[in-house]
Design a protein around this ligand. Structure first.
Ligand SMILES: NC(=O)c1ccc[n+]([C@@H]2O[C@H](COP(=O)([O-])OP(=O)(O)OC[C@H]3O[C@@H](n4cnc5c(N)ncnc54)[C@H](OP(=O)(O)O)[C@@H]3O)[C@@H](O)[C@H]2O)c1
Length: 433
């Protein structure tokens, strides 16, 4: 049986899981792939760190060239994260004739075009299942199993940290800051949580999913992004009363040949499958013209769940190496060049919570401005009176975002309007965007 040699770039959370899984499951892996997989070298930053792994010390190096320039290594597994030096190492690996597995959404969402071009130029495989939703198989299912569909929409809870925070807020009535502190205490959120709570992490993932689903390159800077910092416990309670759950969603849809791609808090109906996805779990809901509605659910991060995806990718490449077909089956699928739909063109319903002077005629005033901008009201609730102020919640019918925002700019200026506390988009299933 042939042996295929692997170089790991990085041995942190995910790298450790990959080493453990390749060793503990080696018999199975050999039977499945028809070859033995050997971890030849592992790049780390700190050679003195205690790794507690069943690997000889001499395997570890702090020199990337020991892997990239080693002609015996056929698969490089990039698990460093971030843009540089990860991007340079990936490109250099292709140039040296190696296949690459990566879990790095940052580099793919920002430089996917260049990285895929290099894989194609050198006729090598690039696999990245772990880059979106960790342990959940979604990249290959979209590329292969669902390839016969015209995909209508992809909706994803693809950031475990924000899903944990929103779940705590919903189930325990905590405010955002308190729920974030709890997430940090449990290690679910970084000391600087901005990439998660401001939506950037989810934007990188939905850029990758949109690219595959709609077969056109979407980069992270094309994704409209809003995070969850402004969601209050009150909005979550009112959403529940109206029959909705608030989730941070990555949304990708094709509308009249344009790609609508965005990340923001969304009120989804309580009977939508995504509404029941709680805590740090991730889920990706995909609707195709043939398959209908499907949902992929599971752990979006963690040592072994993420290693599960990485090892699956390594094994697929090992089979391609054995058959001499690397670079032929797993190339870029972005055949088209579809424009991105501006956020102003979005058709959505909106939830709006505002504080107004508690006096006659205010509601008529607000309704008047809304109707001037073609915004029609689906429901109005007066929630509380706070001294001389009244709290009002309005849910609109579907309207173009640009019209809704224009009405809001005017409403904010109305003298009896004290404050617009929140605006949240309401997702109706099967919306046409
Ligand atoms: N953690 C998850 O659950 C998860 C889930 C899905 C995807 N991912 C992705 O997987 C990748 C790895 O994440 P992780 O959580 O395993 O990261 P991590 O725990 O921070 O590990 C990073 C590893 O890379 C090494 N490293 C960092 N910078 C380096 C440099 N300049 N030169 C050489 N080695 C360097 C570190 O060395 P030392 O050990 O010496 O510090 C460490 O071994 C990222 O792209 C991440 O987005 C992670």
């Amino acid at each position: 049986m042939d042996t295929i040699k692997i170089g790991l770039l990085g041995c942190g959370v995910v790298g450790t899981g990959v080493v453990k899984q390749l060793i503990s499951n080696q018999e199975n892996i050999a039977r499945n792939t028809g070859c033995r997989l050997e971890i030849k070298r592992v790049l780390v930053r700190d050679l003195n760190k205690n790794r507690s792994l069943d690997l000889p010390r001499k395997v570890f190096t702090d020199q990337a060239d020991d892997i990239i320039n080693d002609p015996e290594i056929q698969i490089v597994v990039e698990l460093i994260g971030g843009i540089e030096p990860a991007k340079s190492y990936i490109l250099a690996s292709f140039a040296k004739g190696k296949n690459v597995v990566t879990a790095n959404k940052d580099v793919l969402a920002a430089h996917g075009r260049e990285i895929f071009a290099a894989a194609e130029e050198y006729q090598k495989d690039l696999r990245f299942e772990a880059s979106v939703a960790g342990g959940i198989p979604i990249i290959q299912p979209l590329k292969d199993s669902l390839a016969g569909n015209r995909i209508k929409e992809v909706l994803g809870i693809v950031n475990g940290t924000t899903n944990y925070i929103l779940t705590k807020m919903a189930l325990e009535g905590k405010e955002f800051a308190e729920a974030l502190a709890k997430a940090q205490e449990l290690g679910y959120a970084e000391a600087d949580p901005s990439a998660d709570v401001d939506g950037l992490d989810a934007a990188r993932k939905i850029a990758i999913l949109a690219s595959i689903a709609f077969r056109t390159r979407v980069s992270v800077d094309q994704v409209y992004v809003e995070g969850i910092r402004d969601i209050s416990a009150l909005d979550i309670v009112y959403a529940q009363e109206l029959g909705y759950t608030i989730k941070l969603l990555g949304v990708a849809k094709e509308v009249n040949g344009e790609v609508d791609v965005r990340v923001h808090p969304v009120m989804i109906p309580n009977n939508h499958p995504l509404a029941t996805v709680n805590d740090v779990y991730n889920a990706v809901f995909v609707e195709g013209d043939a398959v209908g509605q499907t949902m992929f659910f599971g752990p979006g991060a963690g040592e072994l769940p993420t290693a599960s995806s990485v090892v699956g990718d390594i094994m697929a490449i090992a089979k391609h190496i054995r058959l001499g077909i690397t670079g032929q089956l797993t190339g870029c699928t972005c055949y088209y060049n579809k424009p991105i739909r501006p956020i102003g063109q979005l058709n959505s319903s909106y939830y709006l919570r505002l504080l107004v002077q508690d006096q006659p005629g205010v509601l008529a005033n607000i309704a008047g401005v809304l109707s001037q901008h073609q915004v029609s009201i689906a429901s109005v609730l007066q929630k509380r009176t706070l001294g001389h102020l009244a709290e009002i919640v309005i849910v609109t019918h579907e309207v173009k975002e640009a019209d809704f925002m224009a009405s809001m700019a005017e409403i904010r200026e109305l003298p009896p309007v004290e404050k617009v506390d929140s605006i949240i988009r309401v997702e109706s299933t099967n919306s046409n965007g």
